[in-house]
Write a protein that binds this ligand. Structure first.
Ligand code: HEC
Ligand code: HEC
Ligand code: HEC
Ligand code: HEC
Ligand code: HEC
Length: 228
């Protein structure tokens, strides 16, 4: 009696639960569950996972670039300058702040922390460097800023004119700063400063080789141009 087992020939009176009409009715639900599942995993993968992947640390003191730029003589060079030997000073030392901050200048909580924790104790501020590369990488500001006349914004974005230092984000697995590893999980860049991995350095060096009179080294792009 194989025909009895076939719901198509027996219709509703054999086994109501597997009737063809109820089977077709469940299809939209299956598709709906599939779409919901997809959406849930996309939210997890694109929004929640990146949140979990990075830990956030606040800078020890918030620094207001915009406020200070109006007060200093030589804009950026007042704090980030090239030493006589061509090396870059990087993050400023406390001595550069003390010229003005030998006493408390304002009433803000932020300056109070800066003054009491660092100036009064003579301790350097342990700034977190967003652009920090691993120790094996050799990078020269002089080659880019003085040699190739590049703007700070190309690699750093608008930190130099900001009113506040954003939190430092560190990749929990690799230990890299998010500025190196990439802002977007999709890997797409909308700005030149969104990521600074090996491929990003190399890509620009190849592009520049055509329009810029590159040194033999960057043209070759050998490992020891950027590694030590
Ligand atoms: C009065 C001193 C001062 C002046 C002037 C100044 N900066 Fe800064 N800058 C700082 C301090 C303090 C930090 C925090 C250190 C850090 O984040 O590495 C900083 C951090 C930065 C950083 C972040 C580097 C990183 O990866 O962490 C950039 C980029 C920067 N400054 C660019 C500029 C530019 C561009 C100008 C000029 C338009 C400028 N700064 C002028 C004091 C100064
Ligand atoms: C040219 C003088 C000058 C130099 C150099 C300078 N500052 Fe200031 N700074 C000021 C003045 C003026 C204010 C504003 C005080 C006020 O009225 O609140 C200020 C304010 C601040 C504040 C409080 C801002 C806020 O958010 O309320 C901090 C923090 C600070 N400075 C840190 C630094 C650090 C760190 C350095 C060294 C890298 C530095 N300053 C170098 C003059 C200077
Ligand atoms: C070609 C890209 C590029 C340009 C242009 C550039 N930087 Fe950087 N900057 C970097 C990289 C990469 C690092 C990290 C270096 C490292 O970790 O050894 C860095 C680090 C820094 C730091 C932190 C250094 C430290 O060790 O304390 C400061 C401050 C900074 N840059 C400011 C500037 C300023 C100001 C300008 C413009 C005058 C500028 N940078 C231009 C790529 C660039
Ligand atoms: C947006 C373009 C750009 C980016 C991004 C960039 N560079 Fe460069 N780099 C240049 C140019 C232009 C020169 C100068 C070329 C020359 O004079 O040969 C240069 C020169 C250098 C030199 C000196 C080579 C020599 O022969 O003296 C080193 C080292 C270097 N880059 C390392 C790096 C590293 C490491 C990174 C990534 C963290 C990086 N660069 C990112 C454009 C870039
Ligand atoms: C244009 C500059 C540049 C050149 C040329 C370059 N690198 Fe790199 N490399 C970097 C930077 C910047 C990083 C750190 C960011 C990253 O991991 O992408 C890095 C990271 C690495 C790492 C990972 C190190 C770690 O601690 O995570 C390895 C391995 C490496 N490079 C090998 C090489 C080899 C092999 C070559 C030659 C074929 C080479 N690189 C050429 C810039 C360069």
């Amino acid at each position: 009696m194989s025909s009895n087992d076939d719901p198509k020939t027996n219709g509703a009176d054999s086994d109501a639960h597997v009737s063809p009409s109820s089977a077709t009715h469940t299809i939209p639900y299956i598709i709906l569950f599939f779409i919901l599942g997809m959406a849930a995993s996309m939210v997890l993968g694109w929004l929640i996972f990146p949140q979990l992947l990075y830990s956030q640390k606040n800078q020890p003191v918030d620094f207001n670039h915009r406020l200070h730029l109006e007060l200093v003589d030589q804009s950026c060079q007042s704090c980030h300058f090239f030493r006589e030997d061509g090396t870059f000073s990087g993050a400023p030392k406390l001595a550069q702040c003390i010229d003005c901050h030998d006493q408390q200048l304002g009433l803000s909580e932020n300056e109070k922390v800066f003054f009491e924790q660092y100036v009064a104790k003579g301790r350097e501020v342990p700034w977190l460097v967003y652009a920090r590369q691993p120790d094996c990488v050799f990078f020269s500001h002089a080659a880019h800023v003085e040699g190739a006349r590049m703007d700070c914004v190309t690699c750093h974005g608008y930190t130099g004119t900001s009113e506040s230092l954003r939190p430092y984000e560190e990749n929990r697995i690799s230990g890299y700063s998010r500025d190196i590893w990439g802002r977007k999980i999709s890997g797409l860049k909308s700005n030149s400063w969104d990521r600074m991995k090996m491929s990003d350095c190399a890509k620009c060096h190849t592009q520049f080789a055509d329009i810029h009179d590159s040194s033999v080294q960057t043209r070759r792009d050998a490992c020891f141009v950027c590694h030590k």
